[in-house]
Design a binder for this molecule. Structure first.
Ligand SMILES: [Zn+2]
Length: 494
């Protein structure tokens, strides 16, 4: 338990401790995200956190990985510097386009849940393609935060904070200090740290609207989820109705049009869980999402504002197939250590364990890893257990008391369960290490502040907060993103 986490959870809940991350001192375009964006292209094996994973594998394997890493770093050295310069040269001589009808900038942030990067290649998506062709795209996708789950990621997108700092560290968790349980219907402000974009926007005297977004119903600071501008979550509202409601905001007098709007669709995450990412049902869902984007574009064009609106279309995470034999059972570890189910806060894909007081997390980690590496636990080699403080630092997943002390990283597509059962199911899941390419989602941005037809390297979604505040020309709250990133992505103002 680090005392740093206590200060975050017990301090002024509306003002998170400003966080400086190492990345800020590195290249403006963040070599760490470049590492993620390029390292996964070398093979289908999981990206290796170079220093820590070497401890776990045999000498032979580690030698080959070290070689691969060396090549990757060499490659990186060139790609990160060349992508940084191509970013700059792309934007020189081009400035943001002036608004034709709107008086002030508007950002429409759209989330298509579980839209794995690459789904757009499954089928014809003429409307999404139009945004890509005339806008700016993360060429190899947007990198979610860890854990690659819906609530942590949506809230990172709108706060610019890693989950340890915005407090939503999982879709379900408990507060160790009070014992209170968080779930996806928890709207008490105490859970939701940081300053989400709707609050920042309202703080600056502008209007914001939310058509669903995790955290948007929470009354926090100046944001009181105003009727007509803040929809309470109801998954049964047809997607078309959501689009039309957003379009209607553009019919308001100009000073009443929200400067920042959110729009959320549950698909194709919904289908991805049921059938996995490679089923024709996903293709159908992607076609439907594309039609909704078409409906939106048409509506904006009819109102003469399509070229005026900054549309940012993202997903929260990707999806990977999970099936029958890829299971690891905690009860198989009983020869080394017994892990009662009461200790386990979540199993898959984020294994999170909080033993009761009196037990040493360090000993538990050592014994679990001993069993997993013994060769006598089925699929044991696909699970590694860490003290949260010893997780790879690129995951930024330790600085909160809400994060249980013991975290397991699971190989892509595998699942952890307590005990064997007859249940055999195939489907899809997400929540794994954010370095897996399958966890990536999309970033597509179109509008006056985005260059046309531009590709940028992959980046983490915590950068989006600053992107939005830069477009709206307002000062944001402290966060984990960098201002240099927004400057590099956006066209300079005229
Ligand atoms: Zn999901």
């Amino acid at each position: 338990m680090g005392s740093d986490s206590v200060s975050i959870l017990t301090g002024n809940e509306n003002k998170p401790t400003p966080i400086s991350t190492k990345e800020e001192d590195e290249l403006p375009n963040s070599s760490s995200t470049a590492l993620l964006s390029f390292s996964t292209d070398f093979s289908n094996s999981p990206p290796k956190p170079v220093t820590s994973s070497v401890l776990f594998i045999s000498l032979v394997l580690s030698a080959s990985i070290a070689l691969a890493a060396a090549i990757a770093f060499g490659f990186l050295f060139f790609t990160s510097s060349s992508s940084a310069s191509s970013l700059k040269s792309d934007s020189t001589g081009v400035i943001s386009r002036s608004l034709s009808k709107l008086k002030t900038p508007v950002v429409l942030l759209i989330s298509s849940d579980g839209f794995r990067f690459g789904y757009q290649f499954k089928t014809d998506t003429p409307n999404i393609d139009r945004l890509i062709k005339n806008g700016t795209e993360a060429e190899l996708g947007l990198i979610p935060v860890f854990p690659t789950l819906t609530f942590p990621n949506h809230y990172s997108i709108v706060t610019g904070l890693y989950p340890a700092y915005h407090g939503i560290i999982n879709n379900y968790f408990s507060d160790p200090l009070t014992g209170d349980q968080f779930n996806m219907a928890s709207h008490e402000p105490k859970w939701w740290l940081g300053e989400p974009l709707w609050e920042t926007v309202v703080n600056h005297g502008l209007k914001a609207s939310t058509y669903f977004w995790p955290g948007s119903e929470v009354n926090k600071g100046t944001w009181n989820c105003p009727k007509d501008y803040c929809m309470f979550y109801n998954g049964s509202v047809p997607f078309e109705e959501r689009v039309d409601t957003v379009l209607n905001y553009f019919d308001l007098p100009s000073d009443e049009i929200p400067s920042f709007m959110t729009l959320y669709f549950e698909d194709p995450d919904h289908q991805g869980h049921k059938v996995g990412p490679d089923d024709p049902q996903i293709t159908e869902a992607v076609v439907e999402i594309d039609k909704l984007i078409g409906r939106l574009i048409r509506g904006l064009e009819e109102r003469g504002v399509f070229e005026d609106v900054n549309i940012i279309m993202v997903g929260d995470h990707g999806m990977v197939g999970t099936c029958d034999k890829k299971l690891i059972f905690l009860d198989d570890l009983v020869k080394w250590i017994e892990i009662p189910k009461e200790w386990v806060q979540s199993y898959s894909p984020l294994l999170a364990i909080r033993p009761p007081p009196g037990y040493s997390p360090k000993d538990i980690v050592a014994k679990m890893n001993e069993g997993l590496k013994s060769g006598n636990v089925k699929n044991g080699e696909y699970l590694r257990i860490y003290l949260k403080e010893e997780l790879p630092s690129r995951l930024h997943y330790s600085a909160s008391d809400r994060i249980p002390p013991i975290i397991g990283l699971i190989e892509e597509g595998f699942k952890v369960e307590q005990k064997r059962s007859k249940r055999q199911e195939c489907g899809g899941a997400h929540g794994y290490d954010n370095a897996f390419f399958s966890m990536r989602t999309i970033f597509i941005a179109h509008g006056p502040q985005f260059a046309r037809g531009r590709k940028v390297p992959s980046f983490e979604n915590i950068q989006i907060y600053n992107l939005v505040t830069s477009i709206l020309n307002i000062e944001g709250a402290p966060n984990n993103g960098t201002m240099s990133f927004a400057k590099n992505i956006l066209l300079p103002s005229h």
